[in-house]
Design a protein around this ligand. Sequence first.
Ligand code: SF4
Ligand code: SF4
Length: 218
Amino acid sequence: MTDRPPNESPTCAVKDVRGLGALETLQANASGFFQKTLDAHGSNMVCRAGCSACCHVTLEVFPSEAGRILQWALGLSPDARLVLKAHLLRAKEQGGTFGLDAAGKKRSPCVFLSDGLCGVYEARPILCRTQGSPLQLKKDDGKGNVTLEVDACPLNFQTPGSLPPPAEWLDLERLAVLQVLAERQFAAADNEGLFGPRPKKERVALSEVRKLLLDLLG
Ligand code: SF4
Ligand code: SF4
């Protein structure tokens, strides 16, 4: 009997994920932006490992971001796979335990959250990388007047006057355009069928990704 290669399991349908270069760059830039904010304004932020209020959320992501999580898992060492599998099974067990989100509302945890930590942290979606940064939104009053507004985690920048200036806000409109471009690269790379047909919604639930990951990990 031959040994099975470390990337394969009897039930795993996912063997390879392609076309993720643009997304990886964008994810790295999003993390870099957050780190820059933390370096400059950390004294007014409470983001830290274990603060998981923003992870009490039910997420659907672009197929490329779902693919990125699977690609990351495919590249893990056998030991790291065991750690990930144990984390995912714990997260599954703890799934019914409500927690408070950053606004103090009772919510279910993300399917990747266990003991306050993210199991797929290195491959987490862009949305997760930008939490904590000041996020710039455009508001149109319908009469041609557009103003810039900012959204930020209510746990951060609580001291009056501590919010970073507009030049340091993350432009969500620009980010969305870049994310669509990254998604196109992924779609053009023939990953068809990875998440099955989805005629109405173009998003993948993270619960679906966890299921695929557990299949992949055997
Ligand atoms: S964004 Fe808010 S909830 Fe999330 S880690 Fe930072 S402080 Fe905590
Ligand atoms: S993927 Fe990770 S970082 Fe994002 S919400 Fe889920 S647990 Fe939190």
